[in-house]
Design a protein around this ligand. Structure first.
Ligand code: LLP
Length: 420
């Protein structure tokens, strides 16, 4: 359930008609529902209430400061993957004791900043990285808490670009080398091994791969305990899928129920890193039809949002439902169209060969399920200013990121003197 519903003939976000947002803020823009965000967080968090746990929101999915502040107020931590994400998380008021830092390519400066902030732990992806973290920690005279990220070699049955737990993937430490690597980690002077991490992929629509992965790492936790390396934090990653069209992913309570029997007797705090499931269906991209065009073989709806604003359809062939803002338009006779943007590439589309009700120039539409990996993956390609982000809360429209200006586009650029 989310708060984007038709009411009195038009699509609303909570109590605010999207047409009002289009009028006040302009299009294109991202619109998030505060109520849906909070509800999704609480549904996820409370599903695990019988297990000691920390929800570390995967902020790569949506890193707006207002969204992060909202998460922090709800008691969430964050999963970060860069120094920039650390900066945002701290600025938004996320407690450092609930920050975990993943990623295969952490730079020494990023490691130093994270140690300075005293984050909960690093999720370490290789032995070379362990050495780097040890060296930085030694130079600062501190000990770095780490979890080793294990690659359990499980097929999550999702898009290859977002599968991370297979042998061929760049992520994590191979399962058959895990115990050896944990022993090596424990021997470092400035490393404290506290956890084990496994994340197998994103947009998972079944519980089975999570359970399979967990079973595999639990045997390691057991072996490690026997070898004097107790695991205090078990991080099961994120990855729970959402409904974009007709998927029926498990709910957080289904995931919790499936793993509860396996972890009930563990003396561990569970960490989970959901991203998409919290924010995906809490946001839409609001856009307007600029022109209709009858090509040689198909009809195009040319809208003011493009692949630079939402790249998922172009990059992953991802499906996003598209709803006309006015219900009378939505009820119109269907035709098969491509919904495309103004960017100069054939790969610029929001939907291909989609049955859509007849729409005309000036009509508004909402590209649904765009709250996760939407704005954060947007770019200035074709020198298009990035679009605003709006948070709806109790009938009010809050612009939580302003539309970029043309001056913003050239910020930091310089013409060297020899060209003058
Ligand atoms: N933890 C780790 C270590 C991750 O790599 C990811 C996502 C997550 C947690 C959060 O996964 P989620 O709960 O959101 O599925 N841009 C792609 C998704 C990339 C996901 C990368 N890692 C997309 O638009 O589908």
């Amino acid at each position: 359930m989310n708060d984007f519903q038709y009411r009195e003939g038009e699509l609303y976000c909570e109590d605010v008609p999207l047409s009002r947002i289009a009028k006040e803020v302009g299009t294109p823009c991202y619109v998030y529902s505060h109520h849906t965000l909070v509800r999704h967080f609480r549904v996820y968090d409370s599903a695990f209430q019988n297990i000691p746990h920390i929800v570390a929101f995967a902020m790569k999915a949506n890193s707006n400061l207002a969204v992060l502040r909202m998460m922090a107020k709800e008691g969430s931590g964050v999963d970060i993957v860069s120094g920039g994400e650390l900066f945002r998380a701290l600025k938004a008021g996320v407690p450092p004791g609930k920050i975990v830092f993943a990623g295969v390519g952490k730079k020494p400066e990023e490691i130093r900043d994270a140690l300075k902030a005293d984050i909960l732990m690093f999720n370490v992806e290789s032995s070379a990285e362990l050495q780097a973290i040890n060296d930085v920690a030694a130079s600062m005279g501190v000990k770095a808490r780490v979890a080793l990220r294990i690659n359990p070699d499980i097929d999550p049955k999702t898009h290859p670009y977002i599968s991370t737990g297979l042998k061929k993937s760049k992520f994590g430490i191979a399962a058959d080398r895990a115990i050896e690597e944990f022993k090596a980690a424990a021997a470092f002077s400035h490393i404290e091994v506290v956890g084990l991490h496994a994340h197998i992929g994103s947009q998972l629509t079944q519980v089975a791969p999570f359970v399979e992965s967990l079973k595999k790492v639990l045997t390691m936790v057991q072996t490690l305990a026997e070898q004097g390396i107790p695991i205090r934090y078990l991080n099961i990653g994120g990855g729970l899928g959402i409904t974009y069209s007709d998927e029926t992913p498990p709910e957080p309570k289904d995931l919790a129920a499936a793993i509860f029997p396996l972890v009930r007797d563990l003396k561990c705090v569970l960490i989970m890193e959901p991203g998409r499931v919290i924010v995906g269906n809490a946001g839409v991209l609001l856009t307007k039809v600029l022109y209709t065009k009858d090509g040689e073989t198909k009809r195009f709806l040319i809208v003011d949002a493009a692949m630079n604003d939402l790249i998922r359809p172009s990059l992953y062939d991802a499906h996003h439902d598209i709803k006309p803002v006015y219900e009378n338009v939505a009820r119109g006779a269907k035709e098969t169209v491509d919904v495309v943007g103004p960017v100069c590439e054939s790969g610029d589309f929001l939907a291909k060969d989609r049955a859509m009700p007849e729409m005309n120039a000036g009509d508004l539409m909402a590209v649904m399920s765009a709250g996760a990996y939407g704005f954060v993956m947007s770019s200035n390609y074709n020198s298009r200013p990035r679009v605003p982000e709006v948070l709806v809360h109790e009938g009010q429209i809050h612009v939580i990121r302003a539309r970029e200006s043309y001056d913003d586009l050239v910020h930091g650029e310089q013409i060297p003197a020899f060209l003058s």
